[in-house]
Design a protein around this ligand. Structure first.
Ligand SMILES: [Zn+2]
Length: 161
């Protein structure tokens, strides 16, 4: 299948992690930039797939990207497919994009005005669990918390230090 495309972005090398997604033109806040696509899977397939991806990541890198989004109570979306361009967007503690589900579709939407040439980021929103330290963040932003974590859990990390 052909990779998804958007007039706003391109994929190239990133300082943060292998590939990154960059703006090829100015993007106003609130723009639907690209859809996050993949295979619709049931919750039980999803649990299995998450474990598999985590195992693969343990072998290949310490980054720990999981690529699975919750669509609704029944289904998740596995975005670890070749044609999903949005999966190359890196995590940051100071993101300029957010992820929204609109009518059953997952969209990457700009949460700030983005200038041509800037790299796109969203917060991967990982849950706080015993394993959070295995997902270090290297985003280099001023308020980097040091781990890939949903912002609602940041206070727990600060307290434990
Ligand atoms: Zn960070």
């Amino acid at each position: 299948m052909e990779s998804t495309r958007s007039e706003y972005i391109e994929v190239r090398d990133s300082k943060i992690h292998n590939n990154g997604v960059f703006a090829v033109k100015d993007i106003p806040k609130g723009t639907k930039i690209i859809e996050y696509v993949g295979n619709k899977i049931t919750k039980s397939q999803s649990d299995k797939r998450s474990d598999e991806i985590l195992e693969e990541n343990k072998k290949n890198s310490s980054y720990g990207a999981v690529y699975i989004f919750e669509l609704n109570k029944k289904y998740d979306l596995d975005g670890s497919v070749e044609w999903n361009t949005a999966k190359y967007i890196n995590h940051s503690c100071s993101p300029n994009c957010e992820v929204n589900i609109i009518k059953g579709h997952i969209w990457i939407i700009s949460s700030k005005d983005i200038k041509k040439g800037e790299e796109l980021f969203y917060n991967y929103g990982y849950e706080y669990d015993d394993d959070y330290e295995s997902h270090p963040c290297k985003c280099d932003s001023k308020n980097c918390i040091g781990f890939i974590l949903a912002e609602e859990h940041w206070n727990k990390v600060k307290k434990s230090k």
